[in-house]
Design a protein around this ligand. Structure first.
Ligand code: DGT
Ligand code: CA
Ligand code: CA
Ligand code: ZN
Length: 578
């Protein structure tokens, strides 16, 4: 599992081409714009790493990528920068980028507003709207003015929105890449909720070690993705990325970096308990270090480990720092051995172009191989999900024959024959038993009929667990983060039945699902339930979401032996047929 960085690189390049395309559209260069937007889209669904394709001289074999675009890709791969994009950005009037963050304001309108009214920020646009300047423009009315004001209001509300962890991890990579270019910066870590791998992040806290704080801050504040600077001091700064997400940066000395990292990682409750423990042992713990009370000398601070060790504790992983018993467990020497990404050998929930995924079976296998995985379970939707081109028995049969054929060509890799069947409102599955019997594994999930009381919904899940062919319950609570509440199910019954029937509960790793979540996985483990991590990927790049599934498991105190993805393929198949 060492190639996630390269998968991210594809995404990064796709975003650069996307932005170039958008700026060309603003400038009215529609033909060019389309070419870049198309290239950006094609790269998103690419199965190979661009870096590798570049090394093999194959960039121009990608549809929509000619010499010009391949040169841009090469420049990015070599230097991490694209001068063409920088120049394009500089060619736009200030503020245009910020205005496009508003709903209903595309690049073209933003450009027009900035040209004709001279507005350079959302605030100035608001003033223009309130003073009737927008309706006086040709092609605009008092209605458009109202719409602009509403969009600004909605934008301010989403400003307080939390981002999904998956989105933030991505942003952290970009910030790291940028800060890596500054020779005054010695260390960079993301702290706060992002480091604890919380499912959503309110603001991102970046911690930097440097002996020249002002230079470090200046370098950070020059990131082109920053749309607004809220404050900029000598050792700290707060800025807004992409029009809505706040990032706080703090610069400390290398000697107190560990103590600062410990402090700003939180959680607040974990820190409070740790400080109390420090006081009991005659210390004072702050963001500057761990100090002996009697003479105020420093006992630790350069590394986080040194802080914990001097308090007589083993290192406590950031994912555990929620004051959910981790300090007590550390004192007792009973911290769990957490699962890690390296333990994971395969992905147990992936969609192909046989239903609503975008990749072919072969493309999925190749992408998984390049990620270092040993197996992937193909789990396409079944027929009652019409919109997702769900499979009936006949197409499922054809798919399994295709998988058998492909598997003959692999030496140390296997596509597992699976399906994601729907749990109907009566608790039955929408596909016949004889079709399911032929498969390596069956994921059963609720995709419709979310209304109903706890008893009814619990019974639906229980009958799926009791179904003779079901191996895994997919995204067990059905929640979508910030969009749909979890189903009200009786976990007590679900856990005891799953443990009894040897049915696995999924930790779905898709960024807006993370279902089971940390708390529920931990409860499941305590009840003897084993879990399966599945990315629910619908495109090859999404196989990289495995790290989010692992993060949930780690926050849930889950050990490797309770996650079947840590088994090799032979052990796994055996376990699935128990
Ligand atoms: P978020 O941003 O809402 O997702 O959550 P956090 O945990 O990142 O919270 P944030 O950004 O307010 O603060 C970052 C860390 O800084 C927090 O986890 C612990 C530390 N911290 C902040 N304020 C306090 C405080 O008043 N007391 C203590 N002990 N720690 C604090
Ligand atoms: Ca934060
Ligand atoms: Ca913060
Ligand atoms: Zn599903």
């Amino acid at each position: 599992m060492t190639h996630l960085v390269e998968v991210r690189e594809n995404l990064q390049i796709s975003r650069i081409l996307q932005e170039i395309g958008e700026i060309h559209a603003i400038r009215g260069e529609l033909f060019r714009s389309r070419a870049y937007l198309k290239a950006a889209r094609n790269i998103l669904t690419l199965t190979e790493n661009l870096r590798q394709m570049h090394e093999e001289g194959k960039l121009q074999t990608i549809p929509g990528i000619g010499r010009g675009i391949s040169e841009i890709i090469e420049e990015f791969l070599a230097s991490g920068d694209v001068k063409y994009l920088k120049d394009l950005r500089a060619s736009l009037p200030p503020g245009v980028h910020e205005l496009t963050a508003l709903e209903g304001i595309g690049p073209k309108i933003a450009f027009k507003l900035s040209q004709e009214l001279g507005v350079e920020s959302i605030e100035q646009l608001e003033t223009a709207a309130r003073t009737g300047k927008i309706q006086s423009l040709k092609g605009f009315s008092s209605k458009s003015e109202e719409n602009v004001l509403k969009a600004i209001e909605r934008h301010r509300k989403t400003l307080q929105h939390r981002l999904l962890l998956g989105q933030v991890l991505w942003l952290i990579e970009e910030i790291r890449d940028h800060l890596a270019d500054c020779r005054y910066i010695l260390k960079v870590e993301a702290a706060g909720s992002a480091r604890r791998m919380c499912e959503t992040v309110g603001d991102l806290d970046i911690l930097v070690a440097s002996a020249h704080p002002e230079k470090a801050i200046k370098h950070f504040a020059s990131m082109p993705q920053i749309t607004r600077i809220l404050s900029k001091g000598t050792t700290r700064s707060s800025v807004v990325f992409g029009g809505s997400f706040q990032v706080d940066i703090r610069v400390v000395s290398a000697e107190s970096f560990g103590a600062a990292l410990q402090y700003f990682t939180g959680s607040k409750d974990h820190n409070i308990k740790l400080r109390t423990l420090a006081v009991k042992q005659g210390y004072k713990l702050s963001e500057y270090g761990l100090f002996r009370r009697k003479d105020d000398t420093k006992a630790a601070g350069e590394t986080e480990e040194s802080v914990y060790h001097n308090l007589g504790l083993p290192y406590i992983c950031p994912e555990l720092r929620e004051d959910r018993g981790e300090i007590e467990a550390a004192v007792a020497g009973e911290l769990p051995e957490l699962i890690s990404l390296e333990d994971v050998q395969g992905d147990l929930h992936v969609h192909s172009d046989w239903s609503d995924g975008t990749a072919t079976l072969r493309e999925i296998a190749e992408a998984a191989l390049s990620l270092g995985l040993a197996y992937v379970a193909i789990c396409d939707h079944t027929r009652s999900l019409g919109i997702a081109r769900g499979l009936d028995e006949e197409r499922l049969k054809k798919q399994t024959l295709e998988i058998d054929k492909l598997n003959k060509g692999f030496e140390e890799f296997r596509l597992l024959k699976g399906v994601e069947a729907n749990i109907m409102s009566d608790g039955n599955l929408d596909i016949s038993n004889h079709a399911l019997k032929e498969l390596d594994l069956v994921v059963a999930s609720v995709h419709s009929g979310f209304k109903g009381d706890e008893e009814k919904l619990t019974n639906r899940i229980l009958s799926a667990i009791n179904h003779e062919n079901v191996s895994i319950i997919g995204h067990p609570t059905g929640r979508l983060i910030q969009r749909r509440q979890p189903l009200p199910i009786d976990f007590d019954k679900v856990f005891s039945t799953a443990a009894e029937q040897n049915v696995l509960l999924e930790i779905n790793a898709f960024p807006n699902r993370l279902d089971l979540n940390d708390v529920n996985s931990r409860a499941a483990q305590e009840r003897g339930v084993k879990m399966a991590i599945g990315t629910d990927a619908h495109a090859v790049n999404q196989l990289g979401y495995l790290d989010l599934g692992v993060a949930v498991a780690r926050r849930g105190w889950i050990t490797p032996k309770n996650v079947v993805n840590t088994l090799d393929v032979a052990q796994l198949v055996k376990q699935l047929h128990q």
